[in-house]
Design a protein. Structure first.
Length: 147
């Protein structure tokens, strides 16, 4: 296991995500800055009402790609720890689909790396989102990594 892998916690799970668990992992680094991004299911998308989202992932490929992104972030910024937790299955409105946390000695690198990780995750990680709308229609999102 590489040093970067030891300083990263990556999970893909059907159970609700725990902000407390992520915080405990990041805070154990004794850094001076922790940035956490949480992506949740929103009620309204454009002009459409959303009932829920559902996610599917190619788990082993997703974990490998997230680790690759974490390695890039570790090389680019002076980071202590990274946590990336993504949900699969049904995610009701207001619940978290993804939590990304970064610990570093200072806030700047933590903010920058967290932004990089969520932006790149949405582009390159094989996780697909299906929106379920109140009118009974559904729509798949998130296949840009195939392009």
């Amino acid at each position: 296991m590489t040093d970067s892998q030891q300083r990263c916690r990556i999970t893909i799970q059907e159970d609700p995500l725990s902000l407390d668990d992520l915080w405990a992992f990041l805070a154990a680094s004794e850094g001076g800055g922790i940035a956490i991004f949480g992506g949740t299911t929103r009620r309204v998308t454009g002009s459409r009402v959303t009932d829920e989202l559902s996610y599917e992932a190619h788990e082993s490929m997703a974990v490998k790609e997230i680790q690759r992104l974490a390695d890039v972030a570790m090389e680019r910024w002076d980071l202590l720890r990274i946590g990336v937790h993504h949900r699969t299955g049904v995610v009701p409105v207001s619940e978290a689909s993804v939590l990304i946390g970064v610990a570093s000695m200072h806030r700047g690198p933590a903010f920058e790396a967290a932004r990089f990780l969520i932006d790149e995750l949405k582009v390159s990680v094989p996780i697909w989102k299906k929106e379920h709308f109140a009118d009974g229609t559904t729509e798949w999102q998130g296949d840009s990594w195939l392009d």
